[in-house]
Design a protein around this ligand. Structure first.
Ligand code: SER
Length: 318
């Protein structure tokens, strides 16, 4: 069994990924890390957790050696909205942090580095409908710039040192766990507010279409690419998607469950970010090269989110 180290392990994705990894790979083979001292969720699941700032070269290398790590899943990242508020912090964590992890992977000769990218790696000059896997990437956020940097550096190390780098351009990822600092986060908060107050003030305009997927599909794509046969990969970074919708369409679907739900629109700086991103992605390369096939479409996603968030809030939906 391989040994995995996960950075940024208690973010929105980590909170779902870590329990799934424990089940798939065994408790003793997963080391979760992050900047916080203690994570109650991980205590519950008896996860091996260590405090680590991804910029700390010595700390990272010590953990790799101590646990004899084979594969790093590098999830630590400052997301798009937080990044625009503090570009210097985003640069430091996303770019310097990534470089540190990449170099540790090379120097210590690890088997694989998986580092997610994002739809944010694209920008306003990209063809934004059905965006191809390989196309113009000139993002206008620091988060996007850092993702292009990691994709390119990962691909460069792959060519130069045969470092086994793999990356997925996640769209907005939807789960009942609270997200932090992203632009696609509206599509989670809308459920919380609809269930709690029957009212949501949306920070994007009604017509902003973005690609999205449910967490279970995000985990599926992650495990599928992590475990894909290297000889089948002609790319190292892949578009993945399951659906696209606008706030208006999402609100209309939620109304089917909560008829008196109301949405108002007060677009802020995140509206501009969202409009610079693809509305839909072409994920054919992922389908062809490693068999990507999402499970959840729009209507089912809404059903799953209503159920999951009602449960979290202790609301009986029936
Ligand atoms: N969900 C991210 C964000 O909104 C995009 O990768 O920042």
């Amino acid at each position: 069994m391989k040994k995995y180290l996960v950075t940024g392990s208690y973010g929105q994705i980590g909170q779902a990924l870590i329990p799934a990894m424990l089940e798939r790979y065994g408790k003793e083979n997963v080391v979760a890390t992050g900047r916080k001292r203690k994570i109650p969720l991980f205590k519950e699941h008896d996860v091996i957790y260590h405090r680590l700032d991804v910029r700390d070269q010595f700390g990272l290398r010590s953990l790799i050696v101590e646990y004899d790590i084979d594969i790093i899943i590098h999830n630590a990242s400052v997301l798009s909205a937080t990044g625009e508020k503090n570009p210097q912090l985003a640069h430091s964590i996303n770019i310097e942090g990534f470089y540190n992890v990449l170099e540790a992977t090379r120097e210590l000769n690890l088997e694989q580095l998986f580092a997610p990218s994002s739809i944010a790696a694209f920008g306003p000059s990209t063809p934004l409908e059905n965006t191809p896997n390989n196309t113009i990437m000139r993002p206008t956020t620091i988060y996007g710039v850092s993702k292009v940097y990691s994709e390119l550096m990962g691909e460069y190390y792959n060519q130069k040192y045969e470092l086994n780098f793999r990356s997925l351009r996640y769209p907005g990822v939807l789960s009942p766990d609270e997200p932090g600092g992203g632009t696609t986060d509206y599509a989670i908060w809308i459920f919380y507010e609809a269930l709690k107050r029957k009212m949501y003030k949306c920070f994007l305009g009604p017509d902003v279409r973005l690609p999205m997927m449910l967490m279970s599909d995000c985990l599926k794509s992650t495990f599928d690419l992590l475990e894909a046969d290297d000889s089948k990969l002609t790319d190292r970074s892949f578009n993945v998607t399951a659906m696209s919708f606008t706030p208006e369409e999402l609100a209309a679907e939620i109304k089917k469950y909560i008829p008196d739900f109301n949405i108002v629109y007060e677009p802020d700086f995140r509206d501009k970010i969202a409009r610079s991103w693809p509305q839909s992605l072409d994920d054919n390369e992922a389908r062809k090269q490693w068999g990507w096939d999402p499970e959840f479409k729009f209507e089912k996603m809404v059903e799953v989110m209503i159920e999951g968030i009602s449960q979290k809030l202790g609301i009986d939906q029936k």
